[in-house]
Design a protein around this ligand. Structure first.
Ligand SMILES: [Zn+2]
Length: 403
């Protein structure tokens, strides 16, 4: 009995030793397999990057997708892939990648915010605005709070939901510590414009006052204030509002020159109204103001006066528009006297000048260079507010976008 127990006592340390050796062996085998797997993944990653560098993006994406599927820990790779899909216009695939991340329970709050933000951008790109709003609103108060708010602001502008845009821009000011007053004033103006069009005069007044409260003497708000006062039947007060535009922002007077003249005509003061516009031509002889003044001078003061004014403009601010107006005036002056050959010549010159003026005269965005026939407060090319110069240029069109 004692002999058997001694044998067991001797066997126990030997068995323990064998067990220890086996576990070490297993551990080494496991480490070697892990190492091999890591090497395999590293090779696949390098292969994916090499394909990208060799401009074979489709094969590169397939390789990187396989790595991401094999190793769920590669969160950054998931983000890179999702963004790559979105940039390529494959929004459905981008949504799948980012949705997968959002649904994971093991993500850190920062990664979850990042995923919600990227998913919101995907939905925005796909035009699924309700889902974009929900996803962007899920982003917490960390690093992605400001980019998410910027995306919401972009979205509300697409939807023309100006009230929500005002709230988002105000919140963004606090998050970024940066002014968004220009946009906020413009959003109030958009509301004012909509109210005026709907004949909601009290709503229009409220929005215009809000805009003027955000930016004192805001050009567009003053223009709208004049429109609102005209709608109320108060041309004297409308002229007062527009006089501030004439003295503080004269380059924008071409936008209201017609209405300015209408207000003065209503008060039987068209000569005084025209006199002020003629004075402005000394410094603001740009296309559209010239059009209105030329037409009004012809009507009120006659052809000779129009000839004198446009000749003066040609002296101090020569332009195609002014030359075209001069040719138009000379043709009208000579129509009763000149021979038919001379008239034909003037008509041909005028025709050519009008063609050139129409094809070249454009407003240009100072931010993206987008050129347009009409003036915009928000650029249709880059969506920037107040980026358009109020002066139309007549230079040769660059190769950039235009409409
Ligand atoms: Zn632009």
């Amino acid at each position: 009995m004692i002999q058997i127990e001694t044998a067991w006592l001797l066997l126990l340390p030997i068995m323990f030793g064998i067990g220890w050796l086996a576990s070490r062996w297993d551990l080494r085998l496991e480490n070697r397999m892990d190492e091999r797997e890591r090497m395999r993944q590293q090779r696949s990653t390098f292969k994916g990057l090499s394909l990208l560098l060799n401009e074979q993006p489709d094969q590169a994406i397939e390789t990187l997708v396989k790595i991401a599927q094999l190793d769920p820990e590669t969160i950054e790779l998931h983000f890179s892939l999702g963004n790559l899909f979105r940039r390529r216009g494959e929004t459905e695939r981008a949504i799948r990648v980012h949705q997968h991340l959002v649904n994971r329970d093991d993500l850190k709050p920062r990664d979850r915010d990042h995923a919600a933000y990227e998913l919101g951008r995907d939905f925005l790109r796909a035009g699924l605005l309700d889902r974009a709003e929900a996803s962007l609103n899920r982003v917490g108060s960390g690093k992605f709070a400001a980019p998410a708010k910027e995306s919401l602001l972009e979205m509300y502008q697409i939807e023309r939901d100006w009230k929500k845009a005002i709230t988002a821009a105000s919140q963004l000011e606090k998050l970024q510590g940066k002014s968004h007053q220009t946009e906020i004033a413009q959003f109030h103006c958009e509301l004012g414009q909509e109210a005026l069009q709907a004949n909601d005069l009290s709503g229009a007044e409220k929005s215009i006052q809000e805009a003027l409260g955000v930016v004192a003497n805001h050009t567009r708000a003053l223009i709208l204030q004049g429109d609102y006062l005209m709608a109320l039947g108060q041309p004297t007060q409308a002229i007062e509002a527009w006089s501030i535009v004439a003295s503080s922002h004269p380059a924008y007077m071409h936008l209201i020159a017609d209405r300015w003249m209408k207000a003065h005509t209503d008060l039987d003061q068209s000569a005084a109204g025209l006199e002020r516009l003629c004075e402005l031509l000394n410094t603001q002889a740009s296309g559209e103001l010239l059009d209105v003044v030329h037409k009004q001078v012809m009507n009120i003061r006659g052809l000779q006066a129009a000839n004198t004014i446009i000749s003066e403009v040609m002296q101090h601010s020569p332009s195609l528009s002014a030359l075209s107006k001069l040719a138009e005036t000379r043709l009208a002056l000579e129509e009763g006297n000149a021979n038919s050959e001379r008239l034909m010549e003037l008509k041909s010159i005028l025709h050519l000048l009008r063609q050139r003026t129409t094809s070249l005269a454009r407003y240009t965005c100072g931010n993206c260079g987008f050129r347009a026939r009409r003036f915009y407060w928000q650029c249709p090319g880059c969506n920037s507010w107040e980026a358009y110069s109020p002066r139309r240029s007549e230079g040769v069109a660059p190769s950039g976008p235009s409409m």
